[in-house]
Ligand binder design. Sequence first.
Ligand SMILES: N[C@@H](CCC(=O)N[C@@H](CS)C(=O)NCC(=O)O)C(=O)O
Length: 247
Amino acid sequence: MIQIIGSPISPYVKKILALLVMKGLEFEVDPITPFYGDDRFSELSPLRRIPIFIDGDIVLNDSSVIAQYIEETWPSPSALPSTPAARAKARWLEEYSDSRMGEVFIWKGFAAKVVRPRVFKEPFDEQAFNDNVQTGAVEVMDYLESIAPDDGFLAGSFGLADISVAAMFCCMRYAEWTPDAKRWSKCCVWLARTEAEPVMAKVNEWSDALITAPILERRRIAAEIGLRLTEETFGLKTPRRAAMSQL
Ligand SMILES: N[C@@H](CCC(=O)N[C@@H](CS)C(=O)NCC(=O)O)C(=O)O
């Protein structure tokens, strides 16, 4: 049985869960927030990051590495388009989402407003959050608007690129920021189309149920909403920062 360590709220975990759902694979989840990981978590994830993918002896880190492994191991249905050029475009958008959107939407957005106050009980810096929205988020949105398709999906049919980019928007919604649908209309229509896809709707339903739950209650809530849980958890009750943490 495949095990995914990490909360579905994380866009990187969500990417992997969406691929597993898309491919009809069964899996168990340990829905932890990375800062609560124990020593075994550090051994399996040297950067103390989620997701971790475990399947028997195979332990993988980094959502892009995991996504590629899943695609190669269970190629059908494919999450990538068929031509090399379109596949490259999909991988670029996955990378853009993981890196630049990760910095703007996750670290300086969702993590700064939601995670830091909740996990580390530190004050929210509203000015820094607003500065990031007015510069970083605008730059990201202008780029996405320039590549958003009039219809259909980012790299052809619905797949990895759409999942990766859309997952970032969900976290910014939790930070009470949504893009202006008039200013970035093509991107917003693409996002609505993507979030209406059953795979995306399912993984967003999981994170929506968990985001309102106290962090230490999330395992119980995850079971209640029908996620299959790992027998053991890597989660502790007190948080600690990781080597590369930007919080
Ligand atoms: N490049 C990594 C990024 C994963 C990542 O940053 N995950 C966040 C959760 S959204 C995390 O674990 N952060 C904890 C930390 O870096 O301290 C991937 O694609 O898996």
